[in-house]
Write a protein that binds this ligand. Structure first.
Ligand SMILES: [Zn+2]
Length: 394
């Protein structure tokens, strides 16, 4: 099993400067490679590929020993591959006829991570120069950076990446062969509905609320962004406000992750099988209809930004849930969410009028009344069990 582990770094002041320089040089490399591809195509109609750009790295490093030459060759290749991936995605979108956005130059503050694709190559996890009990990661050009290792690492460390979130630095290890830790069977199954007011509602009627403090931070972020829009470009105040917005973004991310981990853990402990909406389909239908259904209770009628901040948690949550489910030996089933919110879980009657408000469901055929999210979760569970039965019969 593959799993990642993320830790806070405790760099010295000198290391912070080196980390920032490392990011900056990788950003410039990315932009230079992007420029190269653009001009080659504009002037000569030539597509430049990753292989050619990677081959040029040697010269770039040789010409700039105190700049680009300081960093790991492999991490620079990883950055070029990242650009390559952006281009592949771009051409993929062109092919499928969608309006693609051309890969963009990364401005300052828009390039926040560097990856070392192989432990031992320009980086070394758990390298201990002078302290027997502390954990360090060695990064080429930066040195031994102390790690706040709050939990053990399992499996084989494959890749190491460093990212900046506001004023904090983190290291993320991607590990292979992490042993699974199956949980005892509970014989219980559940469907879950993902919402805004409640992140998760189960078919048993349990609700995990989007934490109140997440909504509060989302509010503050919205305010901070409006303030930012009023600041004059290039001013000292604007620069400070940019930092404030970045810090709040980072806080939202941390709170969301924390809430998602707790909710996912509770679910995999309680249920052997969990059915959920297939988000790829959900997102498509939501953006196509273009309507924001009346938002829920706690976060009533908040700005689009606030809502999108809370919404964006679903993908994160499902990713975490799938990792935990795999580790615990639980089964997840993704179902098509069409009509799950307007179908009566008791009699199957499907009508728009069944849904009175965001929170209330009342069937116009049989009179069944329930919390709308619970009703949807039951439909999702039923659809999931039907899929599983069909798969077993096949
Ligand atoms: Zn009914």
């Amino acid at each position: 099993m593959r799993r990642s582990f993320k830790f806070l770094l405790r760099p010295t002041a000198r290391q912070v400067a080196a980390l920032a320089a490392c990011l900056e040089d990788h950003r410039q490399l990315y932009n230079a490679a992007l420029e190269h591809r653009r001009t080659a195509y504009a002037k000569a109609g030539v597509s430049v590929r990753y292989g050619e750009q990677s081959a040029e790295l040697k010269h770039i490093r040789g010409d700039d020993p105190d700049g680009q030459g300081r960093w790991s060759f492999s991490s620079q290749q990883a950055t070029l591959r990242r650009l390559d991936k952006a281009f592949r995605a771009f051409f993929e979108r062109v092919k499928t006829g969608r309006t693609p956005g051309y890969p963009r130059f990364k401005g300052r503050g828009r390039f926040d991570s560097v990856e070392w694709p192989k432990d031992g190559d320009g980086c070394r996890w758990d390298s201990q120069p002078d302290h027997p009990t502390a954990t360090y990661v060695r990064l080429q050009g930066i040195g031994h950076v102390r790690v706040h290792q709050h939990r053990p690492v399992q499996g084989q460390v494959k890749t190491i990446s460093v990212n900046r979130e506001g004023s904090r630095w983190y290291v993320t290890l991607s590990c292979d062969e992490v042993p699974a830790a199956p949980l005892p069977a509970t014989a219980a199954v559940a469907g879950i509905d993902l919402g805004v007011a409640s992140l998760v509602t189960t078919s048993d009627g349990a609700q995990v609320a989007n934490p109140r403090h997440l909504a509060a931070t989302a509010d503050r972020l919205g305010d901070a962004q409006r303030d930012l829009a009023r600041k004059k470009r290039g001013s000292q105040r604007r620069r400070k406000q940019v930092a404030r917005v970045a810090a709040l973004h980072a806080k939202v991310r941390r709170q969301r992750l924390d809430g998602a981990h707790k909710a996912a853990l509770a679910l995999v402990r309680a249920y052997d099988v969990i059915a959920h909406e297939d988000l790829r389909i959900t997102n498509m239908t939501r953006s196509a209809s273009g309507t924001v259904e009346q938002p829920g209770r706690n976060v009533a009628q908040k700005s689009g930004l606030n809502r999108s901040i809370l919404d964006a948690g679903w993908g994160v949550f499902l990713t975490i849930l799938s990792h935990k489910a795999e580790s615990a030996g639980r089964k997840l089933i993704a179902v098509n969410p069409a009509h799950t919110s307007r179908t009566c879980a008791r009699c199957g009657h499907c009508a728009k009028d069944n849904r009175l408000t965001q929170a209330e469901f009342a069937c116009t055929a049989c009179g069944h009344a329930a919390h709308a999210d619970v009703n949807a979760a039951i439909n999702i569970l039923r659809a999931g069990l039907a899929l599983r039965q069909a798969a077993q019969a096949a």
